[in-house]
Design a protein around this ligand. Structure first.
Ligand code: NDP
Length: 484
């Protein structure tokens, strides 16, 4: 098998296998064919990975930030040099079109390695002068062993978005990819070692949720960073709380996108397309509730349908293809189930709405109009190519309806009224907001959710605070005064 890795796990700088672990079949979503066979980690593998991360941590943290940063930047360069091969692997792992994976996966991972590699040398504490000559200084310290647990939609990116800031701060990591997409994180580990990351600093082990759970509850682990669904986030957060561990939770969403009647319709349609159908809709921050002001609703739907007819659906390895399969049969069935619910609850099907008759797990880009706030498709995260278009009349009304959700990951507004745009984003209950665009996530900008969509932020300088902590040192320049 062309994509078969040398072994399932990467621990202490080496590929490691334990065939006693439960079987994991990796399926190419465009054809349904098995492209690799792996094994879930046994308790012995989990033990080996955690020990290796624990043993490697002190020496890694003792390097200067400049040295750690140089290694991470070298890894970034290697990743960019291999972008095409890594993209081919990612396309087979996830089914996402090569047109997307060549620009949004290894490249995004490389950005994270470059950015946090660049920051590593400037991570410091501070000097705080006090009265009478006393002062405090703070030491920024690594947390220790960090666990990363990934979802299946952006496996390379997630492995790097978690690994790069963790390693920059002097932590070590055990990363567990989703068992649906286990291949690319192994390549990230290989590249890191090739770039000079010492053995044991970045380990990858495979497994189902039980493996993730055993990592989270282990006392050697200081921090858990999860990208996944809200139900999993709740379990992982609770398990981490038991050991008082640090957490970052990047969870699901049902984000609103508001289109006012003064907006540039072409741009709004582009935003709605990117925010609903990129990666076949399998993006956490998607703006799946598209609120369109009444006067422009039919014009918006007409242009949307015309533009969707130009989506090139097919073999994701074809560079002209812009819309590929869903990641798995299971995820396809979830999306098809929601489409049936949309039809049954009375939403108007404007585009798509069916499975595509060909090998693999293809679902048509689907648009429902006349969706109301209480319909299931407007309330629950679908994680598939299903857009709900809702009507609104006034700004006040749409603001309240946009926020009427347990989620708070992202939100967007399209309008040419400058003050209204800023008023709207000020009112959004969401971690990441967009004005006249949607779904961009550059490494320089904080990314993460509020409400049920998460805790903490990834990317940007803020991520450093989530992978390090401050030690306070008080220095007295005076005699000690005691009362007796
Ligand atoms: P899941 O929540 O099902 O799984 C996420 C990861 O957690 C997987 O690796 C999973 O392993 C693991 N896991 C499951 N149960 C446990 C447990 N009890 N303890 C520890 N780990 C566990 O999410 P999906 O993989 O289905 O991904 C889709 C979800 O991810 C969507 O809800 C989406 O919104 C969210 N997401 C959020 C993003 C963000 O940045 N906010 C970005 C991308 C996706 P296994 O798969 O083997 O069960």
């Amino acid at each position: 098998m062309k994509f078969q890795p040398r072994a399932s796990h990467f621990i202490d700088g080496e590929y490691v296998e334990d065939t006693n672990g439960a079987a994991i079949e990796v399926i190419y979503p465009a054809t349904g064919e098995v492209i690799a066979r792996l094994h879930s980690a046994t308790p012995a593998i989990v033990e080996q990975a955690l020990n290796s991360a624990k043993n490697a941590q002190a020496a890694w943290a003792a390097l200067s930030g400049t040295e750690r940063g140089r290694i991470l930047r070298r890894a970034s360069d290697i990743m960019r040099e291999r972008n095409y091969d890594l993209s081919v692997l990612e396309t087979h792992d996830t089914g996402k079109p090569i047109q997307e994976t060549t620009v949004a996966d290894a490249t995004s991972g490389a950005d994270a390695l470059e950015y946090f590699g660049g920051l590593a040398a400037s991570l410091t504490g501070e000097h705080i002068p006090l009265g009478g000559g006393d002062f405090v200084y703070t030491i920024r310290e690594a947390l220790g062993v960090c666990v990363g647990i990934g979802a299946w939609n952006y496996p390379t990116q997630i492995a790097c978005w978690k690994g790069a800031p963790a390693l920059a701060c002097g932590n070590t990591m055990v990363f567990k990819p989703s068992e649906t997409t286990p291949l690319s994180a192994l390549k990230v580990a290989e590249i890191l070692v090739e770039a000079g990351v010492p053995k044991g600093v970045y380990n990858v082990i495979q497994g189902y949720g039980d493996v993730g759970a055993s990592l989270v509850s282990d006392p050697r682990v200081a921090k858990v960073s999860l990208t996944g669904s809200v139900p999993t986030g709740r379990k992982v957060y609770a398990a981490a709380a038991d050991g008082m561990k640090h957490v970052t939770m990047e969870l699901g969403g049902k984000s609103p996108m508001i289109v006012f009647d003064d907006a540039d319709i072409e741009n709004a349609v582009s935003g709605a397309i990117l925010g609903n159908f990129y990666s076949s809709g399998q993006v956490c921050s998607n703006g799946t509730r598209v609120f369109v002001q009444k006067g422009i609703k039919e014009a918006f739907l007409k242009r949307l349908s015309e533009r969707l007819a130009h989506a090139k659906i097919g073999d994701p390895m074809d560079e002209d293809v812009s819309f590929g399969p869903m990641v798995s049969e299971n995820q396809m069935n979830i999306a098809l189930g929601y489409i049936e619910k949309g039809k049954a609850e009375g939403a108007r099907l404007v585009y798509g709405g069916e499975r595509i008759e060909r090998d693999g797990y293809f679902v048509q880009p689907t648009v429902f109009a006349d969706v109301t706030d209480n319909m299931t498709i407007a309330r629950e995260e679908i994680f598939g190519p299903v857009m709900s278009v809702l009507d609104f009349e006034t700004e006040e009304e749409v603001m309240a309806r946009a926020n009427d959700t347990e989620f708070g990951l992202a939100a967007g507004v399209f309008t040419n009224d400058l003050t209204r745009a800023h008023r709207i984003v000020a009112g959004f209950e969401a971690g990441t907001c967009y004005i006249n665009t949607y779904n961009l996530a550059p490494v320089e900008a904080p990314f993460g959710g509020s409400k049920m969509s998460g805790v903490g932020r990834e990317n940007s300088k803020l991520a450093i605070n989530h992978f390090s902590e401050m030690k306070t040192v008080y220095i007295s320049m005076n005699d000690v005064e005691a009362p007796y």
